[in-house]
Design a protein around this ligand. Structure first.
Ligand code: SF4
Length: 269
């Protein structure tokens, strides 16, 4: 075995890699003839990797201000959004569905290039990335699994779950999507409790494209200027403000709110 290290910037390294590979007879020619030109083209479009901004779909669902705080001043925090029961069940369902990989794609990675839509005065490439729990290849519909921690009938989807699904629908240009809620059964028996089939018309889908881009741009601009005050917060949103209780940036956030609104009597978060 021979292992050769070639170091340097990607664009400078590429010719050396090509040169080394071209002397080898066992390297499939598609790597040099097809894949490398594609990578080069991608790099040419991006121009400079430092000019790329990546926003996760999940960054846009809850508190955008917290996302900006986190990027500018990272603090490790345990993710409490999904129970270990939910994670295990999630994995179990997905592993069973791998048997149907022709029909479904599990954990489909989606990338959305905002620069196809925004004003050309913005020089950075902004990508939104996400992972769809299950994607039906045939009918091109994203499906999201949700695992509520409390028992009880679910008669309507959580707004942030619905928003996540609609973002994925926009990213896939799909007018249909499905949200599936599973109960917290400790005996690991699977019971589907609620399924919501979501449909939008073309105009609504276009609005979701606009929301996605404008929210990503806002987060991007706030991160680029290291200013969490430029991003929206959820402190007064009844469905989400419970997140403030465990937010490591609650003091800084409160002082920004006091400064911008003068609401010094707001209950402390
Ligand atoms: S305190 Fe609440 S509103 Fe402020 S950053 Fe944290 S989660 Fe967002």
């Amino acid at each position: 075995m021979d292992v050769q290290l070639i170091k340097g910037k990607f664009t400078e390294v590429l010719p050396s890699i090509k040169g080394t590979l071209s002397t080898s007879t066992c390297i499939p020619s598609t790597i040099t003839s097809r894949i490398f030109p594609l990578i080069e083209n991608a790099l040419f479009e991006i121009q400079d990797l430092t000019e790329v901004s990546i926003i996760n779909v999940s960054d846009l669902l809850f508190c955008r201000r917290k996302v900006v705080f986190q990027k500018c001043n990272p603090v490790t925090q345990i993710d409490t959004y999904q129970s270990s029961y939910g994670k295990a069940l999630h994995l179990a369902i997905q592993s069973i569905l791998t048997r149907y990989s022709e029909e479904f794609e599990i954990e489909k990675k989606v990338i959305y290039n905002c620069s196809n839509f925004y004003d050309k005065s913005i020089t950075q490439s902004i990508f939104i990335v996400g992972k769809i729990d299950l994607y039906d290849r045939k009918i091109q519909v994203p499906l999201e699994f949700k695992f509520p921690t409390l028992n009880g009938e679910i008669t309507e989807p959580k707004p942030y779950h619905l928003q996540q699904l609609k973002y994925y629908m926009a990213m896939q240009n799909s007018t249909y999507g499905v949200l599936l809620y599973f109960p917290p059964e400790h005996d690991m028996q699977l019971h589907l409790i609620s399924a919501f089939v979501v449909s939008v018309n073309d105009e609504e889908l276009y609005t979701e494209h606009e929301n996605l881009i404008s929210n990503a741009l806002t987060v991007h601009n706030a991160i680029a200027s290291h200013d969490p005050a430029k991003a929206s917060h959820i402190a007064y949103d009844r469905s989400l403000s419970w997140l403030c209780k465990t937010c490591p940036y609650s003091k800084e956030c409160l002082s920004i709110r006091i400064q911008s609104n003068g609401f010094s009597n707001i209950a402390k978060t």
